[in-house]
Design a protein around this ligand. Structure first.
Ligand code: BV8
Ligand code: ZN
Length: 289
């Protein structure tokens, strides 16, 4: 008969999580760990852009015309109604063109700049809004593409395009609250490839559900993750793969993982640090010297 009552074990589990929780959000401890890191990865999701006014994906107000992300960001939807998908991207392009990087984006860019001589800082972003680059981040990998790039569906040419609107037919369209779920914009009035021997329909150069990430992007991300010492996981619900698996991959390789979110995600208990709060507040605290 064990001298330790069975109930004690239950308490040890609670004690374990309490210790983990309280040590998890220790900025001073995290900064000591970060100081020793030579390779830092910052994996970001929509939450880092929330304080720039860019809607996230899974909060109710974030859904454009109440369309589930897996339906809206889907090649089948684009094939069936390219005008509807282009109306969404017109809406979000116009919103992001007026948005500014926030203190979270800027803290990451300034940290990269300040430590450039002795550390490699790489931003792995799931976001397609381009706000890391506009904040001054130089070393970034856009896992899911960029809303200000187009790809021709015929010749695959990829071009940067920040035209506002990208074509006259989209002017004044894309209201997120409209109940229209079919677009009446004719395909011929949507953006097309300007190459004389092509003329194919353009799509946003973005990875949608069911589409594989670009090989070159995955290869670069793999190299960065294999050499990572500390990874900051910022503003992501950690439910979209393959990005959702990246922290586990880095942890298995010995990286220390710190999560920055306004609420715990399914993966939080596995991480070494968890800083609760808006990343425009927590990142400047964590990345100040
Ligand atoms: C792939 C582009 C191989 C559009 C996006 C069945 C069929 C086909 C595929 C699958 C399937 N089952 C599973 C899959 C794989 C699928 C997947 O993971 N599905 C999930 C839903 C289960 N993945 C794919 O299809 C990927 N490709 O796997 O190819 C393959 C191929 C065929 C079949 C099988 C496998 C492609 C995934 C890319 C999809 N594209 N976006 C666009 O962005 O315009 S996904 C979209 O969600 C975004 O890109 C974003 O990156 C991603 C994740 O969202 P988050 O960024 O995390 O944002 P979210 O709103 O969810 O969360 C915000 C977080 O921030 C929250 O935690 C919140 O608390 C926090 N927050 C809010 N405010 C703040 C904050 N934190 C800090 N501060 C704040 N202020
Ligand atoms: Zn073309």
């Amino acid at each position: 008969m064990s001298v330790i009552p069975r109930s004690f074990y239950k308490h040890t589990k609670t004690l374990y999580y309490l210790r983990k929780f309280y040590s998890q959000n220790d900025f001073a401890k995290f900064k000591n760990v970060l100081n020793t890191a030579k390779q830092v990865v910052v994996l970001t999701g929509a939450g880092i852009s929330a304080e720039s006014g860019v809607p996230t994906f899974r909060e109710p107000e974030g859904l454009w015309r109440k369309l589930e992300a897996s339906i809206l960001y889907n090649p089948v939807t684009f094939r069936e109604d390219p005008g509807l998908v282009w109306e969404y991207y017109h809406y979000i392009r116009e919103l992001v063109l007026k948005a500014q990087p926030n203190a979270g984006h800027i803290a990451v860019a300034q940290y990269e700049r300040r430590h450039a001589a002795k550390k490699l800082v790489t931003v792995l972003t799931q976001n397609v809004d381009g706000l890391h680059a506009r904040a001054g981040t130089r070393n970034f990998i856009e896992l899911h593409g960029n809303m200000f790039k187009t790809r021709c569906t015929k010749c695959n040419e990829v071009l940067v395009n920040t035209d506002s609107p990208i074509c006259p037919a989209l002017a004044g369209t894309g209201s997120p609250t409209s109940d229209k779920l079919v677009s009446d914009i004719k395909e011929k009035d949507l953006p097309h490839c300007q190459k004389p021997d092509c003329g194919g329909l353009l799509r946003p150069h973005i990875i949608w559900f069911g589409e594989v990430l670009e090989t070159s992007v995955v290869e670069k991300a793999d190299i960065v993750m294999s050499e990572c010492n500390v990874c900051l996981v910022v503003g992501t619900s950690s439910i979209v793969y393959p990005a959702a698996a990246f922290p586990t991959v880095m942890a298995a390789g010995g990286s220390i993982i710190a999560e920055f979110n306004i609420e715990p995600s399914p993966a939080s208990p596995k991480f070494d640090f968890y800083f609760q709060g808006p990343s425009a507040t927590t990142l400047p605290q964590a990345l100040s010297d």
